[in-house]
Structure formats: C-alpha cells, structure tokens
Design a protein around this ligand. Structure first.
Ligand SMILES: CC(C)=CCC/C(C)=C/CC/C(C)=C/COP(=O)(O)OP(=O)(O)O
Ligand SMILES: [Zn+2]
Length: 450
C-alpha cells in the first residue's frame, strides 16, 4: 500500500510574492476593520483629505526645488510637475516669486536645440520635456506659456522619431510607449501635432498590446498600467484608438483593481496608490469610448457567428472580421488627419453615457484611508514613505474618481459620489494630459492662436 503524503508535501511553502501579498492584505484590512468599528463621526474624520497637511508638505518641497540635487538631479522638471500639479489639484496657487523662479529654472533646462533636460546643461529628454511643459501649463500666464520654444521643440521630437513609428526617449535612448505618449501629448497640447509625428505611431503601440489585453512598454514585454495609460492616451490623441482591442484592454484594466480596493500595476503584483491614476486613468478614458467598445464587441459576436459558416462562403462574401476592421481603420485615419489637432480638446466636451467602469468609491477609500500620511503627503501603500510622485498620482486618481460619475461635461459631482466630506473635492483634470482642466483650457486657447 502507498504511504499517504505528509501534510507538508500537500501544502507547498508560500512564495515570496504570496508572503508580500498577505502582508499588504493584512495591513490594509486592519485599517478597514478599524474604520468599520468606529462611530460615523469618527469615520468621517478618518475619511478627510488632509488638505492643509498636504499643502504644507508640498510647500516644503517647492521651497527646496532650486536646491534639490542628489539622486533626483536628472528629474528636476518632474519634481516641479509633481508638486505644482498637486498644488493645483488642491486648488492652491503658488506665490509670484516662486512661479517666476520655476519658469526661469525650466528655461535653464530648455536645450538650445529643443526639448527640456532633467537639469540645466543636461541632455534633452522626452519625459522631462513632458514634465516641464505640463508644469508651465499648470502655472499658466503669458510668461510661462511663451517661454516654450515650440519650433525647436518640434525639431527635437522629429530627431527622436524612429522609422518603426516609435520615439526615442533621448539621443541613443530607449524606444518605448512612454516616449510615444510624452511626444504626442506635448505636441497635442502645444498645437504642433502633425502627420510626420503621427506616422506609424499606431503600428508601434498596436505591437505592444499583449495577449492579456494591457499594453507593454515595448513589443514582447509584460502589460503594465503605466504603459497602458500611455499607449491608450496616445492612440486616442492620434485618432487611431479603434485599432486596439478595447474590450480586452478594458477587461484586463478593470481586473487590476483588487480586494484592497486600489489598483495593481500588473498581474500578481502588489496594490500601489500611483496606479489609481495610471490604471484608473486608463479606465476613465475607456469610459468615454463606449460606442467603439460596443461596436468592437458586436463585431466579435458577428465574427463568432460568421466562423460557424462554412469557410468557402466566408471567403466568397469577403466579410472576415479582420478585413472589415482594417477597412474601417483606413477610412477613419484618412478623415481624422485634418482635425486630429482638436481631439484633445473635443474629448472632454462630450457627454459620457456610462457610469464609471471601475469601483470608484472603493478606490477613493483606498486613497483616503491607506495612502495619506498624517503629517501630509501620500504614499504607495501602508508601511511605505510619502513622496512627491505618489502624492501627485494619488491625488490625480482621487480627482478622476470624484468626477467619474458626471455625465455632462461641466457638471459638478453629487455629494454621494465624493467619499468623505464634500470639502474633499479636488479640481478636475484633463484625463489625457493630467493637467488641471481650466489650466489646460487656457493653454489650448493660447496655443490655438499661434
Ligand atoms: C508619462 C510617463 C513617463 C509615464 C510612466 C508610466 C509608468 C508609471 C510606467 C511604469 C514603469 C514600470 C515598468 C514600473 C514597474 O515598477 P515596479 O516593478 O517597481 O512596480 P510594480 O511591481 O507595481 O509593477
Ligand atoms: Zn507607485
């Protein structure tokens, strides 16, 4: 007779990832349990957005911007963006001297041949160009907006453009979906987007959509929330979003929201506050694409029906799914090229027919209860330290959640969809560029007349 297996052999020991996941779950659920067991007035205090504390933390960062060296030396326009955008989300303005200093500092990062570097005298880079331009738009006003040398910047982007449709992040740098997004986002907001920049970008991004449905940084890599947002936003801005498999993308993105209520960046990884924007943002974009998603789903159903028909009939009719969607794409891109420049502006002026496609209240709960530090600043998850990157993207994600129920373009959210007191309400953002909406509008008007 065979000996029965020992209990140890039946239960394999957990992997490092499993242990990490359990630790996070226990920390998060401990907070939720605490919250569930206190009286309603104490709950309401726990759900408060710590505005004054966050502003204090951001102000300290802002004052040290001009003296920030060390490891973040090549990221200084990013620090400007993370802090100043967070300020704007909170409805705060920075004082005139600091604004002047920031515009002057970014001007010193501007390369004589176009683009912005991570610091004065460094090599121009598409990511820091995006950060610098978004900062200047957020500051707004003539001095700030006119400081951007659009002609030279266009030249820099053309130099970064690759024959496969992608862009390099910098001279001899990596070619990836981030580079496509930062180039196209900046070109769109500055009104310098044209067919040369757009050429083959759609092919490159399409080659990065994986079997899971999300988008990877480059062909053959793993789907990730950061790149998925970048790829999807780029496809919208160039008028080719219907080429992606949107139902599959939506399916992948919504299932990245876990039982901790926040989002993970990729399958089987840990929840993290910054994905409130990258994943939540991708789903918020998809919420405005419901008609294309419905069409693609109907087409897929038709395809199932057609594939039941004997092969000979299908080829005689010429109705294969691939052929029809390809024909539609070619028609669409031809008619889109003339008004591709207005896509970013028109995107926010449409009605939204559907409710949020992710659990907006749950995500607000994760951000408010698990990512806020009591002394100000926001973080990845309990047990991690605050930083400006996570402060920026947790607040951006929170703003997206709060406005995700508004069907009319300019209507304020109802109190029931804003978790915690209504004073938690942040400024709305433009979901394609991640800048506060009224600053985007000012920039759009400014650059439309140049
Ligand atoms: C506009 C712009 C420049 C966008 C950047 C988008 C972005 C956040 C990309 C993510 C890059 C990445 C692979 C992180 C994985 O980090 P990890 O392995 O530490 O984290 P994970 O476990 O959560 O995947
Ligand atoms: Zn993060």
């Amino acid at each position: 007779m065979e000996p029965s297996p020992s209990p140890a052999a039946e239960t394999p020991s957990p992997t490092v990832s499993q242990r990490d996941q359990w630790t996070v779950e226990s920390q998060v659920f401990h907070i939720y349990q605490l919250f569930a067991n206190i009286p309603p007035n104490a709950q309401s205090i726990m759900l408060e957005l710590l505005r004054d504390k966050h502003t204090e933390y951001l102000s300290k960062g802002l004052r040290h911007l001009s003296s920030t060296f060390s490891v973040l030396d090549a990221n200084r326009p990013w620090l400007c963006y993370w802090i100043i955008h967070s300020f704007a989300l909170l409805g705060e303005f920075i004082d005139d001297d600091l604004e002047d200093d920031t515009v002057d500092f970014l001007n010193r990062c501007q390369d004589p041949n176009g683009g912005y570097a991570g610091g004065p005298g460094q090599m121009p880079h598409l990511a820091t160009t995006y950060a610098a331009v978004n900062t200047l738009i957020t500051l707004g006003g003539e001095k700030s907006l006119a400081s951007i040398n659009r002609d030279k910047l266009y030249g820099f982007m053309r130099r970064m453009k690759q024959p496969n449709g992608g862009f390099r992040m910098h001279d001899a740098g990596e070619i990836d979906v981030r580079a496509c997004y930062t180039a196209i986002s900046v070109a769109s907001v500055l009104n310098i987007l044209d067919n040369e920049l757009i050429r083959n970008v759609g092919d490159f991004i399409l080659s990065c959509q994986t079997y899971e449905g999300g988008i990877a940084g480059e062909p053959g890599s793993e789907a990730h929330g950061g790149y998925t947002f970048c790829g999807l936003a780029t496809m919208i801005l160039i008028g080719e979003v219907n080429r992606l498999d949107l139902p599959r993308l939506l399916d992948w993105a919504v299932f990245r929201q876990g039982k901790e209520c926040g989002f993970q960046g990729r399958t089987n990884k840990l929840v993290d506050g910054c994905y409130s924007f990258w994943q939540g943002g991708a789903v918020a974009l998809l919420q405005r694409l419901h008609s294309i998603i419905d069409e693609q789903m109907a087409e897929a159903l038709q395809f199932v029906a057609i594939s039941d028909v004997p092969k000979e009939k299908e080829s005689l009719d010429g109705t294969s799914n691939h052929a029809t969607s390809r024909a539609r794409h070619e028609g669409m891109s031809a008619s889109c090229s003339s008004d591709v420049k207005s896509i970013g502006y028109n995107f926010i002026n449409q009605w939204r027919a559907s409710e949020p496609l992710f659990h907006s209240i749950a995500l607000q709960q994760y951000i408010l209860l698990c990512t806020q530090e009591q002394d100000g600043g926001l973080r990845d998850k309990p047990g991690k330290r605050r930083d400006h990157y996570h402060s920026c993207y947790c607040l951006s994600g929170l703003s997206l959640c709060q406005y995700s129920w508004s069907k009319r373009p300019h209507s304020p959210p109802l109190p029931k969809v804003v978790m915690g007191p209504y004073s938690n309400l942040l400024e709305p953002i433009h979901p394609l560029f991640n800048v506060v909406l009224d600053r985007y509008r000012e920039a759009h008007e400014f650059f439309a007349q140049l």
